[in-house]
Design a protein around this ligand. Structure first.
Ligand code: ACO
Length: 321
C-alpha cells in the first residue's frame, strides 16, 4: 500500500575511509560498487529511522498509525537487547492498536518479515501490517578493520501491507531458507548470553561484526541465485516476467551474478549500493521505496526481491504491485 525510507544525514565517502584505513576509492568501487554510506550521529537510534520510514510509508499509503494491527521490525542492531525496537516504533508513531515485535534474520530480515505479514493477513490475524527493515550497522562495525568497515551503512525502509480482495495484486509467494552451521562466517560474538558484556570481552573487540568476506561471497552468489530461480519456477514464471529485480545490496558483483542466473538484464535490476553501502535488513525496503518514487515499479508490475545474510539466512519474494 505504501513505502518509505529514512537515512541519517551524515555521509561517509570512500575518500573519508581512505583516511581511516589502508584502502582506496578504486578498490572499494571495483570490489563492491559502493561510493558513499549514511552514518548515524551519536544519539541517533535505530528506532528513530525505523519510525520515520514507517511514518512516510503510512503517508504514502494514505493511512494513519492507528490503522496498524502489527509492526514488524527486522534488525540485528536494535536500540536495546530488549524491549524490541518495534515497541519503540509503536510508541513513536502512537500506533495504539498495534502488536509489535522484532525479527532477527540479518540481511534477509525484510523478506522474512514480508512473509510473516503475508501469513498473518492470510490467516485473518491482521489486516494492516508495517514491515520495517532498520539497521545502524556503524554501531557494530570495527573502523580499524578494512575488510568490513568499508561495507556497511545505516538506514531504514518500511512498507505497509494490507488485506486486499484484488486477486491481481499482492504478495504472490515467499521462499525462506537458513543454515546455522555456517554462522561463524558472519556474526557478532558478544552481547548475547554466550559472551556477555565484561571488560575482557570488550577488550577483545567481541562486540563488532566479524565476516569472512570471500566465503560469504561464494555462499551469497549460490543462495541468492537459487532463491531467485526457485521462486520463479514454482510460480511458472521466468526472468522475462519480472519487471524489476530488487536484490539485497551487499555487493554489485553478487547482484550481477543473481540477475544473470535468472536472465534479467541490468535495466530491470535496481541498484543503489553506490549511495548506501550494505544496510542489511534495510537495503531492500530502501531500494523498493526509491524504485517506486522514481517510477521504476508501477502498479500492476511484478517485483522479485532476493536476499542473503548472516545466519546464514536467505530468501525471496514475488510481489505484484
Ligand atoms: N581495501 C583494500 N584492500 C582490501 C580491503 C579494503 N577495504 N579489504 C580487503 N582487502 C584486501 C585483502 O586483504 C586481500 O588482500 P590479499 O590478496 O593481499 O590477501 C584482497 O584485498 C582481496 O580480498 P578478498 O577478501 O578476497 O576480496 P573480495 O574480492 O572477496 O572482496 C568483499 C571482499 C567485498 C568483502 C566480498 O568478499 C564480499 O562482498 N563478500 C560478501 C559480503 C556479503 O554479502 N555479506 C552478506 C550480508 S552482510 C550481513 O548479513 C550483515
Amino acid at each position: 500500500m505504501g513505502t518509505g525510507h529514512a537515512v541519517p544525514e551524515k555521509l561517509l565517502t570512500n575518500a573519508d575511509l581512505e583516511k581511516i584505513v589502508d584502502t582506496s576509492d578504486e578498490w572499494i568501487k571495483t570490489r563492491t560498487g559502493m561510493e558513499v554510506r549514511h552514518i548515524a550521529e551519536e544519539g541517533e537510534k535505530t528506532s528513530d529511522f525505523a519510525a520515520e520510514a514507517t511514518r512516510r510509508a503510512l503517508e504514502d499509503a494514505g493511512l494513519d498509525a492507528k490503522d496498524l494491527d502489527v509492526i514488524i521490525v527486522a534488525s540485528v542492531t536494535g536500540d536495546m537487547q530488549f524491549p524490541s525496537t518495534a515497541c519503540f516504533v509503536q510508541d513513536k508513531l502512537g500506533a495504539k492498536q498495534a502488536a509489535a515485535f522484532d525479527i532477527a534474520a540479518a540481511c534477509s530480515g525484510f523478506i522474512y518479515g514480508l512473509s510473516l505479514a503475508n501469513g498473518m493477513i492470510a490467516t485473518g490475524q491482521a489486516e494492516t501490517v508495517a514491515v520495517v527493515g532498520a539497521e545502524l550497522l556503524s554501531r557494530i562495525t570495527d573502523y580499524t578493520d578494512r575488510s568490513t568497515c568499508v561495507l556497511f551503512g545505516d538506514g531504514a525502509g518500511a512498507v505497509i501491507v494490507r488485506k486486499t480482495d484484488d486477486p491481481e495484486r499482492g504478495i504472490i509467494d515467499t521462499y525462506l531458507r537458513s543454515d546455522g552451521s555456517l554462522y561463524e562466517l558472519l556474526y557478532m560474538p558478544g552481547g548475547g548470553t554466550n559472551v556477555p558484556f565484561s571488560h575482557e570481552s570488550v577488550d577483545k573487540k567481541l562486540f563488532y561484526l566479524r565476516m569472512e568476506g570471500r566465503e560469504v561471497f561464494k555462499y551469497a552468489v549460490t543462495a541468492m541465485g537459487e532463491a531467485a530461480e526457485l521462486i520463479l519456477k514454482r510460480n511458472d514464471l521466468t526472468g522475462d516476467d519480472v519487471d524489476l529485480l530488487l536484490p539485497h545490496q551487499a555487493n554489485l558483483r553478487i547482484i550481477d551474478a543473481t540477475a544473470r542466473r535468472v536472465k534479467i538484464p541490468p535495466e530491470r535490476v535496481y541498484v543503489n549500493i553506490q549511495k548506501y553501502g550494505n544496510t542489511s535488513a534495510a537495503s531492500i525496503p530502501i531500494a523498493l521505496d526509491e524504485a517506486r518514487k522514481e517510477g521504476r515499479l508501477q502498479d500492476g508490475q511484478l517485483a522479485l526481491m532476493v536476499a542473503f545474510g548472516a545466519g546464514f539466512t536467505w530468501g525471496s519474494a514475488l510481489v505484484r504491485f
